[in-house]
Ligand binder design. Structure first.
Ligand code: ASP
Ligand code: MG
Length: 494
């Protein structure tokens, strides 16, 4: 590149890879409820068309239509236990639902007939697999992934056709050609470098040509081209992977809530939308059951410093929540209060032998054997208390543990978790928190090593009251830079 400069003139440099720089690439991921029926898909199309007319280059990632993944898994499970009729009837209902939706959306006769023929082929093939399962009575993770992948494969083609009908130059891309993974079926790990390369080859040229690629989330394939999945809820992960691979300007996660809230609005009517939150805080909340997005989602975005926006496809004018690497300073110590219910607490008391070397290991071996994940642990000289969320495994775990020690367990517990970057290094925060819930019996307390969450365990029946008391104490005077205070004001004055 050469630029001739005369004196006093400011050189206009040509930037290498200028097309890349000029494109405003945004990955838009739509979850199951955003594509659940013709009306929802219509709203989704309008949102994407809006981005296109605003000069953006969207790459669209879609989930299966709501509940389809569950139903496909049920069909597979039924077939594998020999219930062929049950499995085929689930498949037949899914076939009708997809074809009816396609007919409602695609009016162009040729496009509609092509789509319907293709759908019939997919369902015929699915039925073959289900019949095979009913004969061999064994469902492997690999076959499960193949069956369940139909949800996203179907939604992707159908939504691309619906977009074209609505004037969007959309093109369906089979995710299995882009998302290369290892071979751990049902929870495959993505191969970042290969995905980047394939995204450049398969998606970037479409974007450059002004097209809108539409790709299913959640699914991928291994090196041999065999279908894999990234784990339940994996479409968000696909969104972040593709956003990372293409170096998107932003990743939009379109769902059916207004973003991350300060508390569950059903429990706490004056909960506020959080306008901006850090990646770390959002991951912490996701882990504690705030059903907004999957924690692993954000990792590929964090690595590349790409902001993630959580938006509501039923309320697209709302700004949602922006998740960024470093949250700006916030006047309130916490961003949000999350609750995880249906937990149990187990007390292991070493009455017979006092704590000895290897004792904790033995305890954890028991949990491991029963594949029972432990959330929180606290130990004293003679006892260990643990919390778990798989209540059904408890009797068996307790029976094994009772060989080592005295065991008591109690269900119907809830973990309350307060998340905020600004609790780092603040003195007296615990005192303020426990003062707000002093009328409630607190069982176990932990402050995560991350120093951005404080959690404690109480009886499930006290959970709603605890959330309201904490919300009252900590969101009295919310920072307008961080929380949507305008919405609260509007609600009060209307
Ligand atoms: N359809 C898949 C599921 O329900 C993936 C997703 O929606 O994120 O788990
Ligand atoms: Mg889903």
């Amino acid at each position: 590149m050469k630029v001739g400069i005369r004196e006093g003139e400011i050189p206009i440099l040509e930037i290498a890879g200028d097309e890349k720089a000029r494109m405003s690439l945004v990955v838009m991921k739509f979850g199951g409820t955003s594509v659940e029926d013709p009306a929802a898909i219509g709203r989704t199309a309008a949102i994407v068309a809006g981005r296109v007319s605003a000069g953006k280059n969207p790459v669209v990632i879609v989930s299966a239509m709501a509940k389809v993944t569950d139903q496909l898994l049920r069909a597979a499970a039924s077939a594998a236990t020999g219930d062929k009729t049950g499995a085929l009837s689930i498949s037949s209902r899914l076939r009708s639902r997809h074809k009816d939706t396609a007919c409602a959306l695609v009016k162009d006769a040729k496009a509609a007939s092509e789509l319907l023929t293709w759908m019939d082929q997919k369902f015929d093939a699915l039925d073959e697999v289900l019949r095979g399962l009913a004969a061999i009575l064994e469902l492997t993770p690999r076959i499960s992934d193949l069956i369940v992948s139909n949800g996203e494969r179907l939604s992707c083609r159908m939504i691309a056709a619906a977009f074209r009908e609505r004037g969007i130059d959309a093109e369906a891309v089979d995710a299995r050609q882009v998302v290369l993974t290892d071979s751990q079926y049902q929870k495959a790990a993505p191969m970042d470098a290969a995905i980047e390369k394939r995204a450049e080859e398969k998606l970037r040229p479409l974007v450059k040509a002004g097209k809108v690629p539409v790709m299913g989330g959640f699914i991928g394939s291994n090196e041999d081209g065999i279908t894999t999945t990234l784990g339940r809820g994996g479409s968000d992960f696909t969104g972040a992977l593709i956003g990372g691979a293409l170096n998107a300007d932003a990743i939009e996660i379109w769902t059916d809530v207004d973003g991350i809230m300060t508390a569950d609005p059903r429990v706490c009517p004056d909960a506020l939308r959080v306008k901006v939150i850090s990646f770390e805080e959002a991951a912490e909340l996701a882990y504690f059951g705030a059903k907004v997005l999957h924690p692993a989602t954000i990792l590929p975005a964090v690595k590349k410093n790409i902001p993630v926006l959580v938006l509501n496809s039923r309320n697209p004018a709302n700004e949602g929540t922006r998740i960024i690497s470093l949250a700006p300073h916030c006047r309130s110590p916490f961003k949000s209060i999350a609750v995880k219910k249906k937990l149990s607490i187990i007390d292991v008391v070493a009455s017979r032998m006092l704590m000895t070397h290897g004792y904790l290991k033995e305890i954890f071996t028991v949990f491991d054997k029963h594949q029972c994940a432990v959330d929180m642990v606290s130990t004293s000289e003679v006892s260990v208390s643990l919390t778990v969320d798989s209540n059904d495994k408890l009797p068996a775990v307790a029976a094994d543990l009772s060989r080592l020690a005295d065991v008591k367990y109690e269900g119907k517990k809830a973990l309350i978790c307060l998340v905020g970057e600004d609790i780092r290094g603040q003195n007296g925060m615990a005192a303020q928190v426990f003062n707000a819930v002093r009328h409630i019996n607190v069982r176990m307390i932990s402050q995560g090593a991350s120093e951005i969450n404080m959690s404690f365990m109480i009886d499930e029946e006290d959970a709603d009251e605890a959330v309201r008391s904490l919300h009252g104490a900590f969101f009295q005077d919310p920072d307008p830079a961080i929380f949507d205070v305008e919405a609260r004001k509007a609600a009060v004055s209307s």
